[in-house]
Write a protein that binds this ligand. Structure first.
Ligand code: C2E
Ligand code: CA
Ligand code: CA
Ligand code: CA
Length: 281
């Protein structure tokens, strides 16, 4: 048994070693990815739950890796967060999303009310030059603050609530909207959240997935929607995949929907086609 244990440990050690090597390689690839412009913003529509009209796009990063092909963020955002590279990635996506909005506006393809949702990692959110960077991108692209929504999680805010409150106030001064991502999965203090100028709660996909299938789960969604309404916030259901889910979401008076039922995240060209054709659902 002892020999067996030792062999198993060696396998473990080898695996850890390979994983470290893999991550190291990925990290160095990622550094080059930014320089070589291998990153690209994809866009997923957020639609009005009643009219199906596209009201916003969430910009989601993709990596066109020369050997691995299209790499999704869950594979590299965690490493980027560890190394701090995520700040450059977030900024790149922010800039690309604002540039894209500019292009669509200039071409007369979108209404002025169409907004862009951009994800911010906590590292970036808490960095001292965040506001300066955002101001620069908005100025460069001629996009107003009220066309931009930043997505952060509740836990990110709670990590350093006092500092977060200050940043949020300054975003609010610029009319930049704030959406709480994955709402319901993190730790948050409601007594604190209600004092912040938050515009949207995004109901996490894990709740939407089980809607109608599980009574307790539906009650949670109802509670989140009621909470949002009482705090003058809008709700966005994440990960809507089926007509049944959409019907239930509508019945609960959730304001906006996002999910594969409407569209997967797509490149700018395909997003533009969605804008031109709309949804029949
Ligand atoms: P998230 O912000 O919660 O984004 C939603 C994720 O759910 C996206 O995955 C999206 O493709 C996926 N999704 C949307 N609708 C459906 C659906 O109906 N069914 C299913 N199964 N999934 C759906 P994605 O693009 O792979 O991104 C994963 C996560 O990576 C994001 O989760 C976000 O936390 C992070 N991320 C993506 N882009 C960025 C970025 O530019 N900066 C930072 N910091 N994080 C990012
Ligand atoms: Ca998000
Ligand atoms: Ca989310
Ligand atoms: Ca998430």
């Amino acid at each position: 048994a002892k020999a067996n244990g030792k062999a198993r440990y060696q396998v473990f050690e080898q695996t850890m070693h390979n994983l470290a090597l893999y991550n190291f390689q990925l990290e160095s690839d990622l550094r080059h990815a930014l320089e070589r412009q291998e990153l690209e913003a994809y866009y997923q529509p957020i639609v009005n739950a009643i009219s199906n009209e596209i009201t916003s796009f969430e910009a989601l990063v993709r990596w066109n890796h020369p050997e691995k092909g299209l790499v999704v963020p869950n594979k590299f955002i965690p490493i980027a967060e560890e190394t701090g590279l995520v700040i450059a990635i977030d900024l790149f996506v922010l800039r690309q999303a604002c540039q894209q909005l500019r292009i669509w506006r200039d071409a007369g393809i979108v209404k002025h009310s169409l907004t862009m949702n951009v994800n911010l990692s906590v590292k970036h959110f808490m960095s001292f030059d965040l506001l300066e960077q955002i101001d620069r991108v908005l100025e460069e692209t001629g996009i107003d603050g009220d066309s931009l929504r930043l997505e952060i999680t509740e836990s990110d805010i709670m990590e350093n609530a006092e500092f977060a409150g200050k940043i949020i106030a300054q975003l609010h001064d610029r009319h930049i909207q704030l959406s709480i991502d994955d709402f319901g999965t993190g730790y948050s203090s409601l007594s604190y959240l209600h004092r912040l100028p938050i515009n949207h709660l995004k109901i996490d996909r894990s709740f939407v997935m089980r809607i109608g299938k599980n009574g307790k789960n539906t009650e949670i969604i109802k509670a989140i929607i009621a909470l949002a309404k009482s705090l003058d916030m809008f709700t966005i259901a994440e990960g809507v995949e089926t007509q049944e889910q959409l019907a239930q979401i509508r019945e609960l008076h959730c304001d906006f929907c996002q999910g594969y039922l409407f569209s997967r995240p797509v490149n700018a060209e395909a997003a533009q086609n969605l804008l031109l054709t709309g949804f029949k659902t």
